[in-house]
Design a binder for this molecule. Structure first.
Ligand code: SF4
Ligand SMILES: [Zn+2]
Length: 107
């Protein structure tokens, strides 16, 4: 019997808009490589190359709503910031990079 799968997106632009909503403001996302260093983005990359499906577990972790009408929604595993905030790589040991500190202060 085949494993039950979840289908998060109807089309590539919905996927792109979800990434823009979540990953562009996440420190796990590498804007230069245009990919996230997380299980969810890895699974979405596989989905893109396959039939668009992810495991039910990944669907749960990415906050896939039961509501079919939702176009985008929040990724529960998002870590606010950007790739420059990644500890030890571009940013401080912890906390946000200068640009994200400014964004946080203005919101
Ligand atoms: S944790 Fe969520 S928001 Fe962050 S890169 Fe992964 S999928 Fe995107
Ligand atoms: Zn940042």
């Amino acid at each position: 019997m085949s494993e039950k799968r979840a289908y998060p997106f109807h089309c590539g632009s919905q996927y792109g808009d979800w990434v823009a909503r979540n990953c562009f403001g996440c420190r796990l996302f590498d804007a230069e490589e245009f990919k996230g260093g997380c299980d969810i983005d890895g699974a979405l990359g596989d989905a893109l190359a396959d039939d668009g499906s992810v495991s039910v577990e990944i669907g749960r972790r990415m906050g896939l709503p039961g509501n079919e009408l939702a176009y985008t929604w929040d990724c529960p595993e998002r870590q606010p910031g950007c790739y420059r905030c990644r500890p030890g790589e571009f940013g401080p040991e912890d906390g946000l990079c200068v640009a994200c500190v400014k964004v946080a202060a203005s919101t």
